[in-house]
Design a protein around this ligand. Structure first.
Ligand code: 5MM
Length: 325
């Protein structure tokens, strides 16, 4: 049995990244509708089969995060998704949060839920073949936001989640996402990301989470999507690395970035610029969702005719991200 540290190392090493294909039923349905595909359970299954049977996936992808629905589904040949990943040399991960809901007394902010009954659910996911898990907390930048209570509540929940996962032998991906929505500056994103990461590592410490057995999945430090002054990749890279050096203990094996609404090319360029900054105490890699699968989804459009071209589109993005070092 590999240790938590060994699993975490496998997830972030050898130039490979983690595919985030864990959209909830609601999000996946919206994405399918966006490309004119009927949002049925079968079409969600077919789309995930398309992604995960892409030839050579394990050359660039170490693990794939799935949702509860996909974890229990099968490929057309009857193989379960976790078994299909194992056959391909890719670790199976499961998103275990149940989504973000308005925080009490703070309707503009969200708290991620899912701790109730989590210990039992984790046991089941281990039996189904999971090696790691994911929980995402979201923080918006705005007038007085994020509030201290939103930061504290979400950091605390992330730490409780991480502790339960390690108890079950699963590596937790800890994902605090400062979102890109808004017209804030790069500097504002840096300030908020610093505060959030400090709070997360304080709570992880209080909960005695083993830092060598987690993977951190943060946002890159970028300007808001509506900001007139968009920084170059070199600025994003330097600000992000500086922020991480101030906040992330060196014992963490690796950091796998989310893409957060960046275009596939932007996300890849920013990651590449970060790889040029050395030495760093942790591995840096990607755990993109939209920036990895977006082109494949647009190419597929639900038809069998588009299947091969869509797999090629995913493969190209994965190879581009895995080749940046
Ligand atoms: C793939 O999307 C994930 C799940 O989203 P919902 O629970 O909201 O449906 C999401 O957590 C994702 O893993 C991260 O946001 C990273 O994805 P991006 O697209 O930001 O790289």
């Amino acid at each position: 049995m590999p240790t938590l540290h060994e699993i975490a190392r496998t997830m972030v090493s050898d130039r490979r990244g983690i595919l985030a294909a864990d959209e909830s039923v609601g999000t996946m349905s919206k994405r399918l509708e966006g490309v004119g595909v009927e949002p049925t359970e079968e079409n969600r299954r077919r789309y995930r089969e398309l992604l995960l049977t892409t030839a050579g996936l394990s050359d660039s992808i170490s693990g794939a995060i799935l949702s509860d629905e996909t974890f229990r589904q099968e490929l057309s040949d009857g193989t379960t998704f976790p078994a299909a990943l194992a056959e391909r040399g890719v670790l199976a991960g499961i998103k275990v949060d149940t989504g973000a809901t308005p925080l009490a007394g703070a309707p503009d902010e969200k708290i991620t839920e899912g701790l109730d009954g989590l210990r039992g659910r984790l046991e089941e996911y281990v039996d189904l073949g999971a090696s790691f898990t994911k929980w995402r907390a979201v923080f918006s930048i705005g007038d007085g936001l994020p509030s201290a209570r939103a930061i504290h509540a979400n950091a605390h929940a992330l730490a409780r989640y991480a502790g339960l996962c390690q108890e079950a032998g699963l590596v937790p991906i800890v994902e605090p996402e400062v979102v890109m929505d808004g017209d804030h500056s790069l500097e504002a994103c840096r300030r908020v990301t610093t505060t959030v990461l400090r709070a997360v590592f304080t709570e992880l410490g209080l909960m005695e989470v083993r830092l060598d057995g987690i993977v951190l999945k943060p946002n890159m430090v970028v300007a808001g999507g509506g900001c007139a002054q968009q920084p170059a990749a070199s600025e994003v890279a330097q600000s992000t690395v500086d922020t991480l050096r101030e906040t992330v203990p060196p014992g963490v094996p690796g950091i796998a970035f989310l893409s957060g609404g960046q275009s596939p090319e932007e996300a890849t360029a920013n990651l590449a610029a970060m790889q040029e900054i050395t030495p760093l105490p942790w591995e840096l890699t990607y755990s993109f969702g939209r920036a990895l699968v977006g082109p494949a989804l647009e190419t597929w459009q639900g038809s069998d005719d588009g299947w091969a071209a869509a797999q090629k589109a995913l493969s190209e993005r994965a190879v581009a991200n895995a080749s940046v070092r």
